[in-house]
Design a protein around this ligand. Structure first.
Ligand SMILES: O=C(O)C1=N[C@H](C(=O)O)C[C@H](O)C1
Length: 287
């Protein structure tokens, strides 16, 4: 199980490769997972935004979880289980636990606009699943904002082990990382180095599907007090990060993974579409 003590470092939300007809490409997935293991990452996230969770069927997610569990050995496995139904999220979290997950990444309930009290009760109920929970706050995707008081209340819950902060607000990050006792992880790749300087404990970073060991180096250098080295390596990664988020994630990421030969196709499932030809031109320098 993941705990608040070992929720540290670089966690990679792995992409879900599809073939040209949109079917799961299991061979590419296994290759991807095997490539990530052994590069110093602290764990793998399956069924995140980057894994295109909205268009993955339950049977497919089951296969992705079971395969990852088998391939990564004892490395922590986090599964995205959040939805905008509390009961469904609790069920899915219990199911992920039964398949070998070490923790659940639970996004705040989107679309139906719950009150702050509703959000607190949502996270209380998920404790029934018996799996450690990482709260995922990403208001620009969910349409839901958490008050600082709400985050603080949720972070005191026993089964909650940390926060993935993706508001993009570095002042808020600084405030949270210093005031709550549990780890705050960066979910806004461009702010990774800044988040470490604010007291963050690591990141769940789509960009780390590529150049993984450099992302780990940013984290590790910072931990041993080599702040300048950490910042220098991060600066080298910035053009990659900016390219990967120049169009909806994970379209540029899948394109570059395919260009570098890590997956067979850059296919996505609608409504996500492939990177534009303009994007391909910009990305050509990063191949
Ligand atoms: O899948 C994830 O986890 C992430 N998704 C974010 C997004 O697509 O908005 C980005 C972050 O790197 C991790």
């Amino acid at each position: 199980m993941l705990t608040e003590q070992n929720l540290r470092g670089v966690f990679v939300p792995v992409v879900t490769p599809f073939d040209r007809r949109g079917k799961l490409d299991v061979g590419s997935y296994i290759d991807l997972v095997q490539r990530l293991v052994g590069q110093g990452i602290s764990g793998l996230v399956v069924g995140g935004t980057t894994g295109e969770s909205p268009t993955i069927h339950t049977k497919e997610l089951e296969m992705l979880i079971v395969t990852a569990r088998k391939e990564i050995g004892s490395l922590p496995l986090i599964v995205g289980t959040g939805s905008n139904s509390t009961a469904a999220t609790a069920d899915r979290t219990a199911w992920a636990k039964s398949l070998g997950a070490d923790a659940a990444l639970v996004v705040t309930p989107y679309y139906n606009k719950p009150s702050q009290r509703g959000i607190i009760e949502h996270f209380q109920q998920i404790s029934t699943a018996g799996l450690p929970v990482i709260v995922y706050d990403i208001p620009h995707r969910t349409g839901v904002s958490l008050d600082i008081k709400t985050v603080t209340a949720i972070m005191k819950m026993k089964h909650v082990i940390g926060l993935k902060e993706s508001t993009g607000n570095i002042t808020r990050y600084f405030q949270l990382a210093r005031s709550i006792a549990k780890p705050v992880l960066c979910g806004e790749d461009e702010l990774f180095f800044a988040s470490l300087c604010c007291g963050g404990k690591g990141g769940i970073l789509a960009s780390a599907n590529l150049d993984t060991s450099q992302f780990v180096q940013v984290y590790q250098s910072y931990q041993v007090g080599k702040i300048e080295e950490s910042g220098r390596v991060f600066d080298q990664l910035l053009p990659l990060i900016q390219f990967l988020f120049s169009e909806p994630n994970p379209a540029p990421l899948k394109w570059l993974l395919a260009e570098r030969g890590h997956i067979r196709s850059d296919s996505l499932r609608l409504p996500l579409t492939n990177i534009s030809s303009e994007g391909e031109k910009i990305g050509a320098e990063l191949r």
